[in-house]
Design a protein around this ligand. Sequence first.
Ligand code: IPE
Ligand code: IPE
Ligand code: MG
Length: 227
Amino acid sequence: MEKPDRIPTHVSIIMDGNGRWARERGKERVYGHLNGVESVRAVTEACVEWGIPYLSLFAFSEENWQRPQDEVDTLMSLMFKSMRDEYPTFLKNGVRFRVLGNRKRLSPKLCEEIEKLEKATGQGENLTLIIFLSYSGKWDLQQAACRMAESGASDLEPFLVTAGIPDPDLIIRTSGEKRLSNFLLWQAAYSEFVFTDTLWPDFRKDSFRAALVEFASRDRRFGKVKK
Ligand code: IPE
Ligand code: IPE
Ligand code: MG
């Protein structure tokens, strides 16, 4: 597949619609999450191939803890299993893996695995893959504000969990919903948005390319007057 023009530095995806995808097939919601893993793989590979340096994926929000316990448990064990399975591919493809969010709510076993993988892939130079897990934009702003106040500094940005990561140029949301759902509230200040009706388990390289083509047609002005 041809590389799209004007490759963004950071693409962020709100992966939505797994439950509806499963329901359409008469299956449990969990079946949708399982099939969503293949979409993560496809998009990650495309980023490596097309030279997109940062990909971030909203995998689980702070609000998602309020879902039924069995769904939460499945999502967490899926996260654990995927990290183990993808480890060799990350090393092979030069992927640096990071998880951002409120780790206090994650199990010690999962935290340990995350730390291990982050350390092992720390030298990856082709793509930084960021998974937002137990993340919400308001939580991020709160923790940053507290730490900023403690330190006496006056710039919030270095205290956000995304410090050092460029703001997303493009935020894609699948499944037809047109909202941020408490995602990157600060960092999305000048992001372009692409909304697609495609449900996450159906979102593969072709849908990703279509979103990048749409991004390439946007005129980004950042409040200035176009020359
Ligand atoms: C996205 O799919 C995955 C998570 C939010 C964890 P959903 O589970 O939200 O699927 P829908 O929106 O109910 O179809
Ligand atoms: C947003 O999806 C969170 C993630 C994709 C992880 P939700 O399905 O939780 O969002 P709402 O509830 O439809 O806003
Ligand atoms: Mg949803």
